[in-house]
Design a protein around this ligand. Structure first.
Ligand code: HEM
Length: 399
């Protein structure tokens, strides 16, 4: 699986490039059920129980060295997103010390002001919600949090896009995308190396300064680890939350009764966001490697087996969620629905979940305080496979 393979359907067991798949992937993925093996030898599952199990079971990881390298081509910088314990444990603990939920909650007034500003600027005319709100909000928030100067933000768009597309399995990427990804990584590293040096010399009240200074019983981040973490936070902060806002807005616009409910119960926004995350998640799947000989759902898997966990489809497993294809904003109101897998599960559970939830809640609540009507025309998606999000979403927005 080292080289880019053109026949994605043979590798994956579904055809991600079919236009009908992109419009509604939940009809194209293998239905929740057993673990299946594709023609190319990849194991795939969309069963909630199996996805959740594999995310929590330490026999499944990313595999350092031999097996891991065949998943990504050539040498690459790893962030802790794709590390196994004990390296993952050590780095996640250090970063968590700097990136706390308290720090995130302090951002609420700033996020609210930003959303108002962005909506005011766009209101009164036909507008693309992705360009006007969903994309800029997370970029500004994560940049301000990290301490990236506003003037530099625009430089990141291409680099970040290249890295986000590069999250897709290498064997589904054209060679040009892999080259673009590695070039973007080098530019990001050079940028953050210089900025980290500035913060080391004169610290400020920002996350980058906190990461530079973080220590835990004599342990600290090395320069390489610091750079990989900055890039991870920036890309994860950039390229996922945009899709929570975009996919969430589209789901509500297409379901007027649910939109009316959303508008009538502002206090229920946190539960509504959970359902929007379940219904059409920004991160569709993740990959794991069997790091020892193991089994999944009774199927023996030798060390080195790759397993594709279709978390987005597992969120629609009818054995776990009643009427899974229905958007039901009250699903999470009582606290009894199963947790969706949209932020993952287990040791890699999304570190940015509190920030993503905050931005999603504020953005969608404020947006739908206004009159918003969807413009006619087709809805198009970006090319990414792991990340699912709209290219644009044209609406008429009242002042
Ligand atoms: C709606 C928005 C978001 C979604 C759907 C999302 C989803 C995810 C998922 C599914 C994972 C686990 C991947 C795996 O197990 O292979 C993950 C990990 C991670 N996310 Fe997010 N994310 C979002 C926003 C953010 C934000 C805003 C940040 C930070 C600013 C962030 C930072 C991270 C980090 C650092 C990890 C790695 C955690 C680890 O490996 O221990 N995410 N995210």
């Amino acid at each position: 699986m080292g080289q880019a393979i053109v026949d994605a359907a043979a590798v994956l067991g579904f055809d991600p490039f079919d236009p009908t798949f992109r419009a509604d992937p939940y009809r194209g993925y293998p239905p929740p059920g057993r673990l299946v093996r594709t023609d190319a030898g990849l194991w795939v599952t969309s069963s909630y129980a199996l996805c959740e199990h594999a995310l929590r079971d330490p026999s499944f990881g990313h595999g350092l060295g031999d097996e891991g390298e065949t998943w990504r081509q050539g040498p690459r910088q790893r962030s802790f997103l794709t590390m196994d314990p004990p390296d993952h444990t050590r780095l996640r603990r250090l970063v968590s010390k700097a990136f706390t939920p308290r720090l995130v909650e302090r951002l609420r007034p700033r996020v609210t002001a930003l959303v108002d500003e962005l909506l005011d600027a766009a209101a009164g005319a036909r507008t693309d919600l992705i360009a006007a709100l969903a994309y800029p909000l997370p970029v500004i928030v994560i940049s301000e949090l990290l301490g990236v100067p506003a003037a530099d933000r625009d430089r990141f768009k291409d680099w970040s896009e290249a890295l986000a597309r590069g999250l897709d399995p290498d064997f589904l990427l054209p060679e040009s995308e892999i080259v673009r990804r590695e070039a973007a990584r080098a530019e990001f590293n050079a940028y953050f190396r210089a900025l980290a040096a500035e913060r080391r010399a004169s610290p400020r009240d920002d996350l980058l300064s906190a990461l530079v200074a973080v220590s835990d019983g004599g342990d600290a981040l090395t320069e390489e680890e610091l750079l990989a973490t900055c890039v991870l936070l920036l890309v994860a902060g950039h390229e996922t939350t945009v899709n929570l806002i975009g996919n969430g807005a589209l789901a509500l616009l297409r379901n007027p009764a649910q939109l009316a409910l959303f508008r009538s119960q502002p206090d229920a926004a946190p539960a509504a966001i959970e359902e929007l995350l379940r219904y059409d998640p920004p991160v569709q799947f993740t990959l794991r490697t069997a790091v020892v000989d193991t089994e999944l759902g009774g199927t023996p898997l030798p060390k080195g087996s790759f397993v594709l966990l279709l978390n987005g489809m597992a969120n629609r497993d009818p054995s776990v969620f009643a009427e899974p294809d229905r958007l039901d904003l009250t699903r999470y109101a009582g606290g009894s629905a199963a947790r969706h897998l949209s932020f993952g599960q287990g040791i890699h559970y999304c570190l940015g979940a509190p920030l993503a939830r905050l931005e999603g809640q504020v953005a969608l609540s404020k947006l739908f305080e206004r009159n918003v009507t969807m413009a006619a025309g087709p809805v198009t998606y970006r090319d990414n496979l792991v990340l699912r999000g709209l290219e644009s979403l044209h609406v008429d927005l009242s002042a």
